[in-house]
Design a protein around this ligand. Structure first.
Ligand code: CMC
Length: 432
């Protein structure tokens, strides 16, 4: 990382000298304002972090103008085409692709940890059947810290690694259990002869009363989806994980906080919202009405699966997801699917509409994934849970990077206070 100095002039002639400016390997330079308050008595104000880098990281690079997404320097579309999710997990966690021996060992380490403590079944049974599976995922993840006391010491490298492997291994099991619980069917134990993604689909769809063979095209599609969702640098959920972890909280609790943040419809919850929207549109002929609604200044409705804080160009993941969507629907004999027709037409109309063009609003990663899940027979309340399985590795890699950074400080933003100045307490009988 190279450095130069910058000078900030505030108002008439107040100069803050020698603010360090860092240049990373890619992306815009950043001004280090750590000393600003001490030097000037001023805070900066940047709600939504529009211009603020919250940390230094070497994991994922996004260029929203050019539509680039890379994990540890590798283009995500190349990884999705040539690699597999387990390899991508290793890469994100360790910084390099594994050799054959490392890969086999990593896969074995994950498989060895894929079951959850039997006692956890009782936690699941405490939830009402109608619970949203994301509510169960938040609770189940946080509860792991009650089961695995031997991986809570964040200062012990071995324990950190053990926690990381446990979480990658157990997420699909916890996710499939959340689904099975919601439909009143028995939980499936993981099958170690299956690969990570096939095992997840098996736990999701198999029943103990008969054999179930996972369709290879669907397994490949899910693996691609996992790769494409594995990390996305400092988004809301990842920043939540980092902020929670900066206080020294245990990793299971931190990832649970990330799951809570991911659940929101402006973030990972959007894929569920896309399907709800496509179903509400119902027919290609109704699209113009919804486009008009999305553009209405006073209408809170937004085209779900459109727009992104960082991508002001096509989200590079969308091409692959659209292609995967076609492959899955072809395999299932569903190419005539009405939701796909509505989605394709909606994309076409929005991309030629002045409102969307002027604001650089393109389809995002959530636009096609829901159609794939629905075609596979996965209910919409499980969509964000699948995002959780994929993103767990990203959260863990980012959490680990932060904990291992000697410059780590507890995250503590400042504020622009606009409340009352000092007031005197008035007893209840004398209040107006
Ligand atoms: N439909 C209609 N108008 C939109 C949309 C949309 N989907 N997204 C943004 N706009 C408009 C917005 O109203 C604003 O217009 P104006 O300048 O007239 O006020 C302008 O575009 C800029 O939007 P913004 O809200 O300032 O942008 P943001 O960076 O704060 O928000 C976003 C990004 C993703 C939250 C937003 O685009 C959105 O709500 N999209 C729909 C939800 C969605 O698909 N979320 C998934 C995001 S990608 C996956 C993930 O992060 O997990």
């Amino acid at each position: 990382m190279t450095t130069r100095k910058a000078m900030l002039t505030i108002g008439k002639g107040k100069k803050i000298r020698d603010l360090p400016v860092y240049k990373g390997t890619e992306g815009p330079e950043v001004i280090d304002i750590t000393a600003l308050y001490k030097e000037s008595g001023l805070f900066t104000y940047d709600p939504g972090y529009m211009s603020t880098a919250s940390c230094e990281s070497s994991i994922t690079y996004v260029d929203g103008e050019k539509g680039i997404l890379r994990y540890r320097g590798y283009d995500v579309t190349e990884l999705a085409g040539k690699s597999n999710f387990m390899e991508v997990c290793y890469l994100l966690l360790n910084g390099e692709l594994p050799d054959k021996k490392e890969s086999e060992l990593f896969i074995a380490e994950i498989k060895n940890r894929s079951m959850v403590h039997e006692q956890l079944l009782f936690l699941y049974r405490g939830f009402p059947r109608f619970s949203h599976p994301m509510a169960i995922m938040c609770g189940a993840f946080a509860s792991l810290s009650a089961f695995y006391h031997d991986s809570l010491d964040i200062h012990d490298e071995k324990q950190r690694n053990n926690a990381a492997l446990r979480m990658i291994a157990k997420t699909p099991t916890l996710a499939a259990m959340a689904y099975k619980y919601s439909i009143g069917k028995p939980f499936n134990y993981p099958r170690n002869e299956l690969d990570y993604t096939t095992n997840f689909l098996h736990m999701l769809f198999a029943v103990p009363s008969e054999d179930y063979k996972v369709n290879k095209v669907l397994a490949k599609a899910m693996d691609t989806i996992f790769i494409l969702h594995a990390d996305h640098e400092q988004n809301a959920s990842t920043s939540t994980v980092r902020l929670a972890g900066s206080s020294g909280a245990n990793p299971f609790a931190c990832i649970s906080a990330g799951i809570a943040s991911l659940w929101g419809p402006a973030h990972g919850g959007a894929n569920e919202a896309v399907i709800n929207m496509l179903e509400e549109i119902g027919d290609v002929k109704n699209i113009p009405k919804f486009i008009k609604k999305a553009k209405g200044k006073d209408d809170p409705f937004r085209l779900m699966g459109f727009g992104h804080r960082v991508y002001k160009n096509y989200d590079p993941r969308v091409f692959l997801l659209k292609d995967t969507c076609h492959k899955v629907l072809a395999e299932l004999g569903m190419l005539n699917n009405s939701l796909l027709k509505i989605a394709v037409k909606l994309e076409e109309i929005a991309l030629t509409d002045k409102y969307f063009i002027e604001r650089n609003l393109y389809p995002n990663v959530d636009f096609y994934s829901g159609i794939i899940y629905k075609a596979m027979g996965i209910p919409s309340n499980m969509f964000t849970v699948i995002f959780t399985i994929a993103r767990t590795i990203g959260w863990i890699a980012q959490w680990k990077e932060m904990i291992e950074d000697p410059k780590l400080k507890i995250g503590r933003p400042r504020q622009l206070y606009t409340g009352h100045k000092l007031r005197k307490y008035v007893s209840i009988g004398k209040r107006k």
